[in-house]
Design a protein around this ligand. Structure first.
Ligand code: ADP
Length: 495
């Protein structure tokens, strides 16, 4: 059998670690996935054991590399994509973490963030980092570790400790402690990185009380990150791509032109619009972030999130018990008569552009004929209408004309949903052949650095369409439905 080149993508997520070997045409050759335990030491606290993140990564990589090899594909390079913002601090000499990883969802630093906000620091932080003062991001988590693990602060100041997001931790371990580096997208989620100058910022380091000696070096998303240690991974391979999960998905979706949007529909939804060379500040509390950095040149994005997307379907299935499987939603919605029925899934408050954390869910427009199919229709509609609100917020911030909406995530198996998304947003919706876009993006970045691809244009021509959905209702029909939705949302707001 002829041997072919491949790329190993490590996708280290919040609940599982995955390894996928792609061939250089971007087709999946082998895949392996492993879950690991979540730790909830107190209400609102979420931790991972860094050793679990490493072990599950190493074992999935070993399995995927072996399976690919059996199929005649040899991985030549590695790309890493990861859960963002999760914070790990370890001893540089021993490689031992000083504490569990504090996961992005963890709210333990909410008071610290509120105090910094009350002291008037948010405008500076937002201007430099594109982020908000929220516990999600790494800086207050690092400070918590330094202040709560005995002796940590003094050791950090002496240069004995290292900080990393999950990419950096894995890179350090996989290279046998030789590489302490991250990429510009992951650095952009720490609250310590000036996204305009693309450097760590001394004023922010002082504000959050973080010693500079703890920080990794920041490189492009496609760069030479070091070579794996055969004693750790069983083989020596270069790591040549790194990007946070949503950023890798932008690359995997080939959203290289300003105005292209990728939207991922899982439990929640993350949408990023490419704004090109311009880091656009948000007036609508969206985030400004580095989408990717290649050849020293940052490309920026505006990012927005919807808290409840697929979770609305999970709610119908698990709490109401009116459907047995998420996949039934497609056929049911298709048969529904749901004119004027709106579900506002504000189960945990409402995000952009409403920002009402105290709002709770509601359903409006029930009549004598409202049944299971109509509930399903309203739930799927809510995903489309929330996306529309997010796009409107993006349009309010950036004059970049929005073109295609490229979608991925577990929900996009549902073609009815995607047609409705096109109808209710007025944008063409494109579903790619490979919906593992996060891992694919990491593989593309590594392949770019390795020389399998010459440019983003090469990657663009690799991206393959599975199905395209064109808006098929009139503008006035769309506006009528959106008006009804906004009416329903307004009745749900608490302020
Ligand atoms: P996550 O990565 O957040 O765990 P996934 O990308 O695996 O999520 O997507 C799973 C979500 O998609 C679930 O919330 C599920 O309810 C929803 N889902 C899966 N299949 C369908 C479908 N055919 N129609 C609508 N929703 C679906």
């Amino acid at each position: 059998m002829a041997e072919r080149d491949g790329i190993l993508a490590i996708d280290q997520g919040t609940t599982s670690s995955r390894a996928i070997v792609f061939d250089t045409d971007g087709r999946i050759m082998a895949t392996s996935q492993q879950e690991f335990p979540q730790h909830y030491p107190h209400s609102g606290w979420v931790e991972h054991d860094p050793q679990d993140l490493l072990n599950s990564t190493v074992s999935t990589c070993t399995r995927a590399l072996k399976a690919a090899k059996a199929a005649g594909v040899h991985a030549r390079t590695i790309g890493i994509t990861n859960q963002r913002e999760t914070t790990i601090v370890w001893d540089r000499r021993t490689g031992e973490p000083i504490h569990n990883a504090i996961v992005w969802q963890d709210r333990r630093t909410a008071e610290r963030c509120a105090a910094l906000k009350a002291a008037g620091h948010e405008p500076l932080v937002a201007e430099r980092t594109g982020l908000l003062l929220d516990p999600y991001f790494s800086a207050t988590k690092i400070a918590w570790l330094l202040d709560n693990v005995p002796g940590a602060r003094a050791r950090a100041e002496k240069g004995e400790l290292a900080f990393g997001t999950v990419d950096t931790w894995l890179l350090w371990k996989l290279t046998g402690g030789r590489s302490h580096a991250t990429d510009a997208t992951n650095a952009s989620r720490t609250l310590l990185f000036d996204i305009h100058r693309q450097t760590w910022d001394d004023e922010l380091l002082a504000l959050f009380d973080i010693p500079r000696a703890i920080l990794p070096e920041v490189r492009d998303s496609a760069a030479d990150f070091g070579v794996t240690d055969a004693e750790v991974l069983g083989t020596e391979l270069p790591v040549e791509g790194i990007a946070g999960d949503q950023h890798a998905a932008v690359v995997g979706q080939g959203c290289f032109e300003p105005g292209m949007i990728k939207s991922t529909y899982g439990t929640g939804c993350f949408a990023l619009i490419n704004t090109g060379e311009e880091a656009v500040p948000s007036r609508n509390r969206l985030l400004t972030t580095t989408a990717y950095r290649i050849n020293g040149k940052p490309t920026y994005a505006l990012e927005g999130a919807i808290f409840i997307a697929g979770a609305a379907i999970q709610w119908l299935r698990d709490e109401l018990g009116i459907i047995a499987h998420a996949s039934q939603s497609e056929g049911l919605a298709n048969d529904a008569e749901a004119e004027g029925l709106y579900l506002v899934p504000a189960f945990t408050g409402l995000g952009a552009p409403w920002w009402d954390p105290n709002a709770r869910g509601a359903i409006y427009g029930l009549n004598r004929n409202t049944g299971v199919a109509e509930f399903v229709h309203a739930a799927l509609d809510s995903v489309c209408l929330q996306t529309g609100d997010l796009l409107e917020a993006m349009a309010g911030d950036s004059s970049t004309p929005q073109n295609t909406l490229r979608v991925d995530g577990g929900m996009v198996a549902n073609s009815w949903l995607l047609q409705r998304l096109a109808d209710l947003t007025g944008l063409a919706v494109e579903r790619p052949e490979v919906i593992e876009t996060t891992a694919l993006g990491a593989a593309y970045l590594a392949g770019l650095q390795h020389g399998f691809y010459n440019s983003l244009d090469d990657l663009n021509s690799q991206w393959a369409l599975d199905a395209r959905f064109e808006p098929a209702i009139s503008r006035s029909a769309r506006e009528h439905i959106v008006e009804g939705w906004h009416d329903a949302v307004r009745r749900t707001l608490t302020t």
